[in-house]
Design a protein. Structure first.
Length: 87
């Protein structure tokens, strides 16, 4: 069994929200703000596991690391790696 097949699907990581519940959360936010929140929430749900979060987001690990570095430089708190993620 490959590692990728043990990952939950992106749908399994996200709460089930109807479109009318999601859109009000997005109105007034910039694309950059929405992207940052998506990255941070995905990292949190992946217990800080950057590799898993990158796969869920459809990004390379390098791109995700660059985004994390940018957010940290802007003073945004990024979910840390957890003990459970290292196991």
């Amino acid at each position: 069994m490959s590692y990728a097949s043990t990952l939950p699907s992106p749908e399994a990581l996200l709460p089930s929200l109807a479109p009318n519940e999601v859109v009000p959360l997005l109105i007034g936010a910039t694309v950059g703000e929405v992207e940052r929140e998506l990255v941070l929430q995905t990292l949190a749900r992946c217990d800080g596991n950057r590799t898993r979060a990158a796969r869920v987001l459809g990004l390379s690990v390098r791109t995700l690391r660059n985004k994390i570095r940018e957010y940290s430089a802007d003073g945004v708190e990024v979910p840390p790696h957890s003990e459970r993620a290292a196991a």
